[in-house]
Write a new protein. Structure first.
Length: 435
C-alpha cells in the first residue's frame, strides 16, 4: 500500500482550507449569445499628445486638403452670410449636390464625400429643387446626400446625441454638414454668449468626430453688414466666410470674404433658371410643378454706391422703399405687366417707415435729399426708385418664389441696411420654401 492510498480524500480538508474562487474564462463560448455578459470592456484609445515638436511637424508637411478647391477646406467651419431672399439655400444645395457626386462645382474641383443637409424648414421645396438640379446637371438617385426632416437644436445635448447616434449608424461618416440656418439650429438667443458658445461647441464636436466641413447659413449683422449676426463667438470660429449679394436682373454674386490662412477665391455670379418637373410632380389638378437651379453667368459690374454720405435714417427709409417697390414689381410680373412701371404712394412709404420705428417728422427733408441724389423720383403723390438705386428683384417677402432670370445686367447695386432701428427679430422668419 502506498502513501497516496493511506491519505484521506481531498474533500476531508474542506473545513480547514478556503477553496479559491473559480476564474472567469475570457474565451467566448459557442453560440450567438453565449458569454455576452462576460466580455471585458474595450480599452480606451491612448490620448494623442497635446504638444508636438515643431521639427516633427515641419518634417511631415500637410498640404491644404480642399473639399471645394479655393472655397472650403476639409475639417473646418464655414459660414454663408446673406439677407433673406438672396438664394442662400439654393447656393448651399448646389454645392452639396456637387460634393455628394464628386463633380466639379461650376468648373471648381470638389472632393467626393457624403453630405448631411439640416433643413430648418421647407423640406418639400428642397426635394423639388434637388429634382430640378438632377434634371439639369446629373442624377442624384444614388448620391450620398441626406436631407433632414426638420431642424436640430445643436446646442441641446440630447438633440445632438440623437443626431450623432443616427450618423454613427450610417455606412459612411459625413464629409460635409450644412446647417440651414443658424437661427433654426440654435436653441435660445443668438446674441447670448451661452447659446452661441454651445452652438459653436456642437459644431466643433461634429467636426472633430467626423472630420467634416461644417457650413452654417446665417444672416448678416445690420450694424456691421458683411459680418454674421449675433454673438461674436461664431465669427471667431469661422475659417471661411462667403456672402451673397443681389444685383439687377435676378443675378446673385457669391463672394469669398474670408479665408483663414489663404487667398480668397474669385467671386462667382449666378442667375436662376426655371425647370419644369416631371409629370409625377404635378399638383392634384394636373398642373405641372416648377422649381429652379442656379445657372452660372457673367460677373456684373461692381455695384455703384450712391447711398454713400446718407444719414442712417435716410438709408433706412430708402431700404424700406426698395422693399415696397420690389413687392410692387413682383405683383406686376405675376400679372404679366412691365415691372419697370412699379411705383409707391408717398403716403404708403411714410406710413410703413413710421410703423417700422422711424421718426418721420423729417420725412420731407429725407425725400428731398434722396431726390437730389437721383436715388428716387417723385411724380405727384407717387415715388419710384431712381436709376442709381433701383433694386429690381433684389429682395423678396416670405412665401414667394424668386424671379428666375439668368441674364446679367450691365448696371448693378448693393442694397444697404441701416444701423438704426434694427433688432435681430427684424430678420427672423425667412421662409425656406423660397430660399
Amino acid at each position: 500500500m502506498t502513501w497516496a492510498d493511506e491519505s484521506p480524500p481531498l474533500d476531508a480538508y474542506d473545513d480547514d482550507f478556503e477553496q479559491p474562487a473559480p476564474r472567469l474564462s475570457v474565451v467566448p463560448a459557442a453560440g450567438p449569445s453565449a458569454g455576452a455578459g462576460d466580455a471585458l470592456p474595450e480599452p480606451e484609445a491612448p490620448r494623442p499628445p497635446l504638444f508636438t515638436r515643431i521639427g516633427e511637424l515641419l518634417a511631415h508637411p500637410q498640404p491644404v486638403d480642399w473639399l471645394v478647391k479655393g472655397w472650403l477646406e476639409r475639417d473646418t467651419t464655414a459660414a454663408l452670410i446673406a439677407e433673406p431672399g438672396r438664394g442662400k439655400s439654393f447656393a448651399a444645395l448646389d454645392m452639396a449636390c456637387c460634393v455628394a457626386l464628386g463633380r466639379d462645382w461650376h468648373g471648381i474641383p470638389t472632393k467626393q464625400a457624403p453630405v448631411l443637409f439640416l433643413a430648418g424648414e421647407g423640406r418639400a421645396a428642397m426635394v423639388r429643387r434637388a429634382c430640378a438640379w438632377s434634371i439639369v446637371y446629373e442624377s442624384l438617385s444614388t448620391a450620398p446626400l441626406h436631407l433632414s426632416s426638420g431642424a436640430v437644436a445643436l446646442n441641446e445635448p440630447d438633440a445632438l446625441g440623437i443626431m450623432q447616434a443616427e450618423i454613427d449608424a450610417m455606412p459612411e461618416p459625413p464629409g460635409f454638414l450644412i446647417v440651414d440656418t443658424l437661427q433654426r439650429g440654435l436653441s435660445g438667443d443668438e446674441n447670448s454668449a451661452e447659446a452661441m458658445n454651445g452652438f459653436v461647441a456642437a459644431l466643433d464636436t461634429l467636426r472633430q468626430r467626423y472630420h467634416c466641413t461644417c457650413l452654417v447659413i446665417h444672416h448678416p449683422s445690420k450694424a456691421t453688414p458683411g459680418e454674421p449676426r449675433g454673438h461674436s463667438a461664431l465669427k471667431g470660429a469661422i475659417d471661411t466666410m462667403a456672402t451673397l449679394e443681389a444685383r439687377e436682373g435676378g443675378v446673385i454674386v457669391l463672394i469669398n470674404s474670408k479665408q483663414r490662412g489663404g487667398d480668397t477665391a474669385r467671386p462667382l455670379a449666378f442667375g436662376f433658371s426655371t425647370v419644369e418637373l416631371p409629370p409625377a410632380w404635378s399638383d392634384e389638378d394636373g398642373n405641372p410643378s416648377e422649381s429652379a437651379v442656379l445657372a452660372p453667368c457673367d460677373l456684373p459690374n461692381a455695384p455703384a454706391r450712391p447711398e454713400k454720405g446718407l444719414g442712417d435714417k435716410q438709408r433706412l427709409a430708402l431700404s424700406i422703399l426698395k422693399r415696397l417697390v420690389a413687392e410692387h414689381e413682383r405683383n406686376l410680373l405675376q400679372a404679366g405687366r412691365d415691372a419697370k412701371a412699379a411705383k409707391v404712394q408717398l403716403a404708403d412709404w411714410r406710413k410703413t417707415a413710421k410703423e417700422e420705428g422711424l421718426d418721420v417728422r423729417n420725412f420731407s427733408r429725407w425725400t428731398a435729399a434722396l431726390e437730389d441724389k437721383q436715388l428716387i423720383a417723385i411724380d405727384g403723390v407717387f415715388v419710384s426708385l431712381g436709376n442709381s438705386s433701383h433694386s429690381s428683384y433684389s429682395s423678396f417677402e416670405e412665401n414667394e418664389e424668386p424671379p428666375f432670370y439668368s441674364s446679367p445686367s450691365s448696371h448693378a447695386f448693393r442694397s444697404e441696411e441701416s444701423e438704426e432701428g434694427a433688432t435681430s427679430g427684424d430678420e427672423e422668419g425667412e421662409n425656406y420654401e423660397d430660399f
